[in-house]
Every structure is written in structure tokens, then in C-alpha cells.
Design a protein around this ligand. Structure first.
Ligand code: SF4
Length: 458
């Protein structure tokens, strides 16, 4: 806590939906409100301000937000009866997409702000306290929020997230991100390296670089040169005390040769990559406006494995995009068979208002989408289980992140991002230690701690 930070006088509760980038944004909103005297509240009931940080990716996202707002209205009214105030804010992608709709359907909301204007939150809170009526800010301002937000304050623990890029220029047919997060923006090199060093100084041992199109990042260096992600990864690998680096989420179009080679050349770059492909059919990839064919994805996977033989691959799939035929689905199944994924996320296509695919003819019947998804998920599950099974009996380094569910247990992550638990002292938290994988469960592993000298592979 700095000298200028007052002791918390008010309590803030943030409910975060969606991806890790929203978690990062929620932390930054807490940072920006701390100088106003806001500290964390354990529940909305105990809060003077509640923020719903929303996500528009999943179906019925806005309905979930409105049902939460209904419950919060009851709390807000109860507080008002006691003569107390509760400031209610909606942030994130639903706020960006449906700002006016929110205040007309839920007029008890005080603040609606899009992802690009979090730095304006203190001003909006002050205005909301003074003025009647909701404050709405869903601009894409010229000034960049990262320049105007305060430095990251709280320690995120051994695994930390660092947003380096936001927005997207790719306009996939099914996706709302280009509309809710705006054009691609890359943070400059100096700001990223300074934040990374602060995170390591506050205990981070793994940094995951975040961006909607993280491998499209191209940041300005202090000498005016433009760096790409590969160069940034090499610079981050120079930071003392940072044994692990990851980046997510990548687009196949931006996986260039240098970045693929970096996976073999930078030991700190963990052997796990999430690379969404969405479909194995060129026809569907074209309809999705993905800008690449299945072949490119397969070639990238082969080259990554040549550069880093132990790399585990993860992906995203959308089943039943408008126009997808049984043959297209079979092409997706063939791609999955060919690659073999350690992890994957798969969903049926759902219409997002305002996106190009929403209005397309040839929408696939829900029953057909469900049947295709089931078939795909069965194969992906089989591959995930096989990957985890192959780890049993292997030695690796685990970064311990906190206590386990049972007394005497500690939890951590393998280099391949699997959650793992072992019996061991809490003093291991924040350290990387060698283990032997003992058993696999549906979504995690158990391990036995090894002596450093026994470690066969890291
Ligand atoms: S690349 Fe496509 S899916 Fe990813 S954020 Fe951009 S538009 Fe959305």
C-alpha cells in the first residue's frame, strides 16, 4: 500500500464473467477504485459498490446479467431503506454491446462502462453519487486506458496474468469481440516489461501474456522500433526469477516461423499452446472468415512439435456453423484425429446478434448440432484422457500455487497446465519443485514430491 492509499472505507464486490482478460480487467478496476477508499467485500450483501464485469461470448449472456441485476436491485433497495447507498455498475462486453438497453431495462443501474474506459471509473463513481440517472461510457477513446490506469497493485500470486494486447481486427463471422473490444491495440514494450518485473517482485513465477489476438501483438520499443511477440518473449526470458512464461489466445494466421522456433529456444516458454482452429473444413473456415485453411493449422502443429517435441496442444471448436454439412463435420473429426489434443473447448454455434453469421441462411438444426458436438467431445475427451494417462509415472516440475483441498496437500500446475496435487508443506507455494505423477483423475493429477536430484525431466 502506498502513502497516497487511504485505508478502505468502502467495500467493493466485483463479479467476473468469462475469460482471463476479464479477470485481469476486474483487478485493474479494483486498483483504480482503491484511492477512492474501496477495499474488497466478501459478498454483494456487504458491498457499497457492486460491479458485474460481463462477457458476451456465451449464449444468453445478457439474460444472465439481467437476472443478476434483478437480485442486486433487492439488495440496493434494502440498503436504501436503511439510509445506505449501493453503487451498481455493469462493465465488460455486454455493457459495451447493450449499454442503453441496460439502463432502460434496469434503471437502478448507476454506471455502464465498456472495456476501454475503466480508467474513467473514479470520475463516473463521483458523478453517479452526485447526479440522478445512470452514467454510460461505452466509447472507444483515443487515449489508451493502459496509459491512464494506475500500476498493478495487488500480488496475483505465483501465476500472474498480464494483458499485452486487446481487441481484434479479424472479424470472424461468429464473434462479437471486434465490436465490443474494438480494433487491435498493442501495449508498448517498456510498459509490459515494467509490469512483468513488478509481478515477479511481488511473487509471480509464471506470467501468462493475455490478448484476444496475443500473437498479433506488435509493440513500440523505447528506441522507436516495433517488436513482435517473439522478441518480447526473449526479453521476458531475461527477467531473473521468472521460470515460466505462456501466452494466450493465439490465431493460426499470426503463428510465424520465429514464434514457432522460440518454442524450442526459450526454456521458460512452457510446452503448452492454446491455438483455436474452430473447424477442420476449409469451406467452413472460409464461411467463418478465419483467413486460413486446415492445412496451415496442421503445418503449424507439426512445426511446433518439431521445435518442441513435448509440446501439448489445445484448441477451440465451434460445431454447426451456418452451412456446416456432415462432410464438413467429418473434416473436423479428421483434423482432431490427426493432431491429438491435450485439451480443447468445444461448443455448438449460437447466433450472436450483430455478427455476420447470425443472419446467414442454412442454420443447422439444434438436434444436429448437439449430435455433432457429442461426437466431437467424445473424441476430445478420449485424447485428453490419453494425454493425462501418458503423464502417469513421468517426472516433471510443478509450480505450486496454494493449499490443496485436503489437509497437508498443496496444489500446482504442470508445464502442460494440468492441475496437480501432492502431499507437501505450504512452504512450497510459490516454488517450482520436481514431482513424479502418480495418478490421473478426470480433470487433474496427483503427484509425489521428488528430491531435486531425482528429477528426470523438467
Ligand atoms: S480472431 Fe476471430 S474469434 Fe478471435 S477475437 Fe478475433 S474475431 Fe473473435
Amino acid at each position: 500500500m502506498t502513502e497516497t492509499t487511504p485505508q478502505p472505507r468502502k467495500r467493493l464486490y466485483i463479479r467476473t464473467f468469462g475469460c482471463q482478460m476479464n479477470v485481469y480487467d476486474s483487478d485493474r478496476m479494483a486498483d483504480v477504485l482503491a484511492p477512492l477508499g474501496y477495499g474488497p467485500a466478501p459478498s454483494p450483501e456487504e458491498a457499497d459498490m457492486v460491479i458485474l464485469n460481463t462477457c458476451h461470448i456465451r449464449e444468453r449472456a445478457s439474460e444472465k446479467v439481467f437476472s443478476d441485476l434483478g437480485r442486486l436491485r433487492v439488495l440496493k433497495d434494502a440498503k436504501a431503506e436503511r439510509g445506505e447507498q449501493m453503487v451498481l455498475a455493469v462493465a465488460g462486453c455486454v455493457a459495451q454491446a447493450e449499454g442503453k438497453e441496460i439502463v432502460s431495462r434496469a434503471p437502478w443501474v448507476d454506471i455502464v462502462l465498456g472495456p476501454q474506459t475503466y480508467h474513467r471509473l473514479p470520475e463516473m463513481v463521483a458523478r453517479a453519487a452526485r447526479a440522478a440517472g445512470a452514467q454510460i461510457d461505452t466509447d472507444f477513446p483515443v487515449e489508451q486506458k493502459f496509459d491512464l490506469l494506475p500500476e498493478v497493485r495487488a500480488s496475483q500470486g505465483p501465476i500472474a496474468f498480464l494483458t499485452i494486447q486487446e481487441g481484434c481486427d479479424k472479424f470472424c463471422s461468429f464473434c462479437v469481440v471486434p465490436y465490443t473490444r474494438g480494433a487491435e491495440f498493442s501495449r508498448p514494450v517498456a510498459a509490459i516489461l515494467a509490469e512483468a518485473r513488478r509481478l515477479v517482485a511481488s511473487g509471480a513465477r509464471e506470467i501468462a501474456l493475455l490478448g484476444q489476438n496475443v500473437n498479433a501483438w506488435h509493440g513500440e520499443a523505447p528506441d522507436g522500433a516495433t517488436w513482435d511477440l517473439t522478441r518480447l518473449l526473449y526479453a521476458l526470458a531475461e527477467i531473473d526469477g521468472l521460470p515460466r512464461i505462456r501466452y494466450t489466445t493465439s490465431h493460426p494466421r499470426d503463428m510465424d516461423a520465429g514464434l514457432i522456433r522460440a518454442h524450442g529456444a526459450i526454456p521458460q516458454l512452457m510446452p503448452f499452446l492454446h491455438l483455436p482452429v474452430q473447424s477442420g473444413s476449409d469451406r467452413v473456415l472460409a464461411a467463418m472468415n478465419r483467413g486460413h485453411k486446415a492445412d496451415l493449422f496442421l503445418r503449424i502443429c507439426d512445426e511446433l512439435r518439431a521445435a518442441r517435441p513435448d509440446i501439448a496442444l489445445s484448441s477451440d471448436f465451434i460445431v454447426g456453423h451456418p452451412g456446416e454439412t456432415a462432410a464438413d463435420h467429418a473434416a473436423t473429426m479428421a483434423l482432431v484425429e490427426r493432431v491429438g489434443f491435450a485439451l480443447a473447448y468445444s461448443f455448438t454455434y449460437s447466433q450472436r446478434p450483430g455478427t455476420p453469421a447470425a443472419g446467414q441462411p442454412l442454420q443447422v438444426a439444434q438436434a444436429e448440432k448437439d449430435a455433432r458436438l457429442q461426437e466431437l467431445q467424445a473424441l476430445l475427451r478420449q485424447q485428453q484422457d490419453a494425454f493425462n494417462e501418458a503423464c502417469v509415472g513421468q517426472d516433471c516440475a510443478v509450480l505450486f500455487t496454494g493449499p490443496g483441498r485436503h489437509p497437508g496437500q498443496v496444489m500446482g500446475r504442470t508445464p502442460w497446465l494440468q492441475p496437480v496435487h501432492a502431499m507437501g508443506p505450504l512452504s512450497l507455494v510459490g516454488q517450482t519443485a520436481p514431482v513424479r505423477i502418480a495418478e490421473r483423475y478426470p480433470n487433474s493429477l496427483s503427484a509425489i514430491l521428488l528430491d531435486q536430484k531425482e528429477l528426470a525431466c523438467a
